[in-house]
Design a protein around this ligand. Structure first.
Ligand code: SF4
Ligand code: SF4
Length: 222
């Protein structure tokens, strides 16, 4: 799922300092599951903003809503009256949600309250780790299901590098060397021969390096 971290309160307060009435939007999708942008997070942020603005002698009126998903037009259509009545919208959705709002409500100021970080997996309660960077050309089929693009600091396709020691990454001693883990996994499933082939350099044109990407469903693909 998409993971995000709430921006620091100081940054949020600065971004809304000129407004007297805002709509604070939570999102009922991914960011609810990672606790950073759901209804509860929106309620907490609204309280923090109200107190800070009151203390600063510059009170603000905050309306709140948490649609099922901010990233789909049909779920934010119903917010039109609320959005029309405020100076700006502060959104706890991911960057896709913020842009959906900006495209649908062209004349309204839309402000992100979240830093969208990565596509990740919960490794323990309230801790997520990156698992996919959306590179557009998945290699998990020959790496034993472990991603060297999002989990190797050097994004190697022919790893490990010379710095891997006892399964630990040379770039960050707190992290596993994913290429060490790929080796172990391929050995376990009897596929070590996958490592005998030298892989060509990755074609990064399928990633964000070539600009905005588009995905179109074609029945012929099925
Ligand atoms: S290889 Fe690319 S698409 Fe596959 S999991 Fe890694 S980043 Fe995601
Ligand atoms: S030690 Fe492993 S994970 Fe770290 S950069 Fe080298 S190959 Fe990548």
């Amino acid at each position: 799922m998409i993971v995000g971290d709430r921006k620091p309160l100081e940054e949020i307060l600065e971004s809304i300092k000129d407004f007297k009435k805002i709509l604070l939007l939570g999102c009922g999708g991914c960011v609810t599951i990672c606790f950073s942008g759901g209804e509860k997070a929106a309620g907490l942020l609204a309280s923090q903003i109200s107190i800070a603005r009151k203390d600063a002698g510059n009170p603000i009126e905050i309306d709140e809503a948490t649609p099922t998903r901010v990233c789909e037009h049909e779920f934010i259509d119903e917010l039109k009256d609320k959005i029309d009545s405020v100076d700006a919208v502060l959104s706890l959705s991911c960057g896709v949600g913020v842009q959906t709002l900006a495209e649908q409500y062209e004349d309204k100021i839309i402000i992100p309250a979240l830093n969208t970080t990565f596509m990740g997996y919960p490794v323990e309660h309230a801790v997520w780790e990156e698992r996919c960077a959306g590179c557009g050309d998945c290699v998990l089929g020959w790496t034993g299901g472990l991603c060297p693009i999002s989990r190797c600091a050097k994004k190697l396709l022919n790893g490990p590098c010379g710095g891997s020691v006892d399964g630990v990454c040379e770039v960050d001693s707190e992290k596993e060397c994913i290429w060490h883990s790929i080796y172990d996994r391929l050995k376990r499933i009897g596929k070590l021969e996958n490592l005998e082939k030298v892989r060509d350099p990755k074609d990064w044109r399928t990633s964000t390096n070539a600009g905005q990407r588009k995905s179109e469903f074609k029945e012929a693909q099925l």
